[in-house]
Design a protein. Structure first.
Length: 123
C-alpha cells in the first residue's frame, strides 16, 4: 500500500508534468505569494478551506500546512491547480489577474465527490 504522503507526491509530480510550464518571461506578472480560499458548493467536503502557495515562472508551488499544491499559470492568466491533503484531492481551474483570481474545483473528499468555487489574492 502506498502511503498518503508518497501518493500525494506522485499525484503532484504527475499533475505538474502534465500541466506543462509556460514561458518564464510571459508568466512573470503572476509570480509571488498567493492565498487561496475554497468554498464547497456540493458534497460533504470541508465547507471552507484556505491554503497558501507561491508562483514562480508560472509554476504553482505549495507552502506547507499539510497540503501539496501544484499547477501552472499560462501567460493569459488561465490557471490549473491540483491540491492533495492526505487521501483527499481536488483539481481546479480558473483565471488570475495581477492581484486576484477565481475559478471552480472538483475533487474527492472523505465521503465522496465534492465541488465548489475558489478565490485567490496576491499577498
Amino acid at each position: 500500500m502506498i502511503s498518503p504522503s508518497i501518493r500525494a507526491l506522485i499525484v503532484t509530480t504527475v499533475f505538474a508534468t502534465l500541466a506543462g510550464a509556460p514561458s518564464a518571461q510571459a508568466a512573470s506578472e503572476f509570480d509571488g505569494n498567493w492565498a487561496l480560499h475554497a468554498v464547497t458548493r456540493s458534497g460533504q467536503c470541508d465547507p471552507n478551506f484556505q491554503l497558501s502557495g507561491h508562483i514562480l515562472h508560472g509554476i504553482v508551488y505549495s507552502q506547507g500546512g499539510g497540503s501539496n499544491v501544484a499547477g501552472s499559470v499560462a501567460p493569459s492568466g488561465a490557471v490549473k491547480i491540483m491540491v492533495t491533503v492526505g487521501p483527499n484531492h481536488a483539481q481546479g481551474s480558473g483565471r488570475l489577474s495581477k492581484a486576484s483570481g477565481n475559478g471552480t474545483w472538483r475533487g474527492q473528499g472523505p465521503t465522496g465527490t465534492c465541488s465548489g468555487t475558489w478565490s485567490a489574492q496576491r499577498r
